[in-house]
Design a protein around this ligand. Sequence first.
Ligand SMILES: *[C@@H]1O[C@H](CO)[C@@H](O)[C@H](O)[C@H]1NC(C)=O
Ligand SMILES: *[C@@H]1O[C@H](CO)[C@@H](O)[C@H](O)[C@H]1NC(C)=O
Ligand SMILES: *[C@@H]1O[C@H](CO)[C@@H](O)[C@H](O)[C@H]1NC(C)=O
Ligand SMILES: *[C@@H]1O[C@H](CO)[C@@H](O)[C@H](O)[C@H]1NC(C)=O
Ligand SMILES: *[C@@H]1O[C@H](CO)[C@@H](O)[C@H](O)[C@H]1NC(C)=O
Length: 434
Amino acid sequence: MFLTLNVTPVLMLFSGINGSEKVQSKLNVVLIMLDDFRGGIGALGDKLAKTPNMDLLAQRSFYFPHVYASQALCAPSRNSMLTSRRPDTLLTYNFQHYWRTFVGNYTTLPQYFKENGYRTESVGKIFHHGPSSNKTDDFPYSWSNPTYIPSTQDYRNKPVCIGDDGNLRRNLICPVVVNLQPESTLPDIQVAKKAREFLNESHDKPFFLGVGFYKPHIPFKFPAEYLDQHDINNFKRDLIRPIDIPDVAWNPYNDLRERDDFKALNVSFPFGPVPSEFAAKIRQHYYASVTYVDDLIGGVLEFVDFSNTIVILTSDHAWSLGEHSAWSKFNESDHFAFSQYPRPGTFPSKSPDSDQPKLREIKIMGYSIRSKQFRYTAWIKFNSKKFKRNWRKIYGEELYDHSFDDDENINLAHRFGFEDIKNEFKQRLMQKFP
Ligand SMILES: *[C@@H]1O[C@H](CO)[C@@H](O)[C@H](O)[C@H]1NC(C)=O
Ligand SMILES: *[C@@H]1O[C@H](CO)[C@@H](O)[C@H](O)[C@H]1NC(C)=O
Ligand SMILES: *[C@@H]1O[C@H](CO)[C@@H](O)[C@H](O)[C@H]1NC(C)=O
Ligand SMILES: *[C@@H]1O[C@H](CO)[C@@H](O)[C@H](O)[C@H]1NC(C)=O
Ligand SMILES: *[C@@H]1O[C@H](CO)[C@@H](O)[C@H](O)[C@H]1NC(C)=O
């Protein structure tokens, strides 16, 4: 394996076939996707992770460390990956638009398998559910049957967490007793069960099975016993907001601010900081959610016949755990090849939600390019009616040198001596996104 994992936004593991085993001409495919998973697993160097099942899978897999999300939001990222097209090509910047009717009738990855003799099934969240996949997860084009959505997804935003006062709340931090939850189960437990049942059937056709888990996405609702493996003392660290990040680059983690427990903290808008004690809890509960999903993945992998099946494990994009003193998705300080960040204005706002503006609200687009040594980002004027960019109107620029600043704390964009490098990257972005 190549890199330390904490600098890698999206994990992709690819488990091939042992060369000595006899293989059928068409291999089965199992695509496992996690939601908002930053890729930290034990086998690839994350010392805080407890992920024995993904570790085992990694040991028998190819690991692709340079896997980049093109936008840090479910629908744009997933549609992009599943169609092999950038969100800018699909014109998908949020959750509203379905590419087939809005842009073009592009083929998806599962659709390609389906049209070539495979049975294709989707269990849980492969496409983002809702309008961006025509409220059908792109059935019937991508899948042989409608997607299985677990019944307990209905409670995903319901007050089912027991608060400090004993009342039911819509909390961010939400470890639960499964038997006391609606239907005595949780969405990912249902997903794993359904996937196991499918894999356990006998199949007369090769299959492509998508298994989409909903965690570690917020709220951190998982069986409370997973906390036992994660001592809060390992998660205490305060990171600072670098002074020279332009305001337009800041994501104020509005999705966290809507949660009852977070609201009660009165975290100052938009820059925070989140109190240290609660910050440690967020990290701890994120890691516990990952351990929970890892356990479920193990249960699914037991039913995979590795002699005729390819397993791919990946995520839609990462999630900030206090890096730059920022949280959540939308703008994690990850290292993208090319990436984009829509914004409704130059200063972080709640309404419009500057983390996930609707198409008509988008006024600015951040474009990012990463080389081995540098990362450059330009925040430019964007016309969301005509999808036109204006490179003469720049609201902010960032340039980071990874040879000495892996955490991207020192913005070199306006410092003496970096003019040529900056212009070179800017030219490349302008060519790519004219
Ligand atoms: C889109 O592609 C699908 C599959 O190739 C085809 O069945 C359908 O007719 C196409 N729709 C349009 C509007 O072209
Ligand atoms: C999307 O869903 C609508 C409503 O169910 C349906 O009428 C339409 O044909 C679907 N679009 C495509 C491209 O299949
Ligand atoms: C797997 O199939 C066998 C035989 O049909 C059955 O007894 C068993 O309960 C199944 N297991 C699962 C997890 O579906
Ligand atoms: C937050 O503000 C409310 C209302 O002003 C106050 O009652 C509460 O004690 C504050 N909470 C904290 C953690 O400061
Ligand atoms: C947001 O993302 C952009 C592009 O990767 C980056 O330049 C900026 O520093 C990030 N902001 C924060 C708060 O990390």
